[in-house]
Design a protein around this ligand. Structure first.
Ligand SMILES: Nc1ncnc2c1ncn2[C@@H]1O[C@H](COP(=O)(O)OP(=O)(O)OP(=O)(O)O)[C@@H](O)[C@H]1O
Length: 252
């Protein structure tokens, strides 16, 4: 995945500017930075929930939404965008399950309708994933009958059911009670250990970032202020802005 000179503005507000970075296959990259620095916006751009107002994003060398033709930025066809979108999964802070569908219906919806899997095959796969997240007995429950932590585990199973090449995790534990944060992070640690899915992670859980990621990017003012391994970033950051941010977060 490559960001090339990406800009994102909302009206006059420039959130990301001249953003260039590459995420290699299998990388686990955590984005840190103060509130409003654009971390969630980056994930939303990759998921095509937002479109960049300038520059290009490539997935496996293929442009995501726009390409350059004859010096001009040209929007790509919806069919092309859908093909790329299929390969990307996202887990949100607020779970975003469909409340009117059962747990298993939530998980098989996209594999059946987007990937064209048979219902039977999708259900088998979903049951395996529900077992993996410890919720095999909740297949026929509705999301609102579940706790927040359980809903988030379903959301993780739903993302994994698409066999994503890239998984985007947006503050997935921020809406959970503290005592269940560990369960959800444990499941994601297992996913990180047992798959080679590329991950882009926004989290305030610095220990999780340390355990799972191989690179940490510190954002501020629409730019990458510093990039380092978690070992270096969390013990010996070079930039004053990173030090100030981390000491505020870690004291919390
Ligand atoms: N749809 C939108 N319309 C207008 N402004 C937006 C929109 N989405 C995000 N922004 C603005 O873009 C900026 C970056 O937001 P973003 O959510 O990406 O930051 P963040 O680094 O993830 O912050 P936090 O850690 O608080 O979640 C903020 O100033 C936000 O108000």
């Amino acid at each position: 995945m490559r960001f090339q000179d990406v800009e994102k503005r909302f009206g006059d507000h420039v959130v990301l500017k001249n953003l260039d970075f590459t995420v290699n296959k299998g990388d686990r990259v955590t984005l840190i930075g103060p509130s409003g620095s654009g971390k969630t916006t980056i994930l939303r751009l990759v998921m095509t929930l937002e479109e960049a107002t300038g520059g290009y994003i490539f997935i496996d060398g293929q442009p995501l939404t726009h390409e350059e033709r004859g010096g001009k930025r040209v929007e790509l066809k919806e069919r092309h965008k859908n093909e790329i979108r299929k390969r990307i999964g996202m887990v949100f802070q607020q779970f975003n399950l469909f409340p009117n569908m059962t747990v298993i219906e939530n998980i098989i919806e996209a594999p059946v309708h987007v990937l064209g899997l048979s219902k039977k095959a999708a259900k088998e796969k979903a049951m395996g994933l529900l077992e993996q997240v410890g919720l095999a007995d909740k297949a026929d429950a509705h999301p609102l009958e579940l706790s927040g932590g359980q809903q988030q585990r379903v959301a993780i199973a739903r993302a994994l059911a698409m066999d994503p090449e890239i998984l985007l995790l947006d503050e997935v534990t921020s809406a959970l009670d503290p005592e269940i944060v560990g369960d959800v992070l444990g499941i994601l640690r297992d996913v990180a250990e047992t798959t080679d899915i590329t991950m882009l992670i926004v989290t305030h859980e610095m220990q999780f970032a340390r355990d799972v990621s191989n690179r940490v990017l510190m954002f501020d003012g629409g730019h990458i202020v510093e990039e380092a391994s978690p070992e270096v970033m969390f013990t010996d950051p070079k930039e004053e802005r990173t030090r100030a941010f981390l000491s505020a977060v870690l004291d919390h």
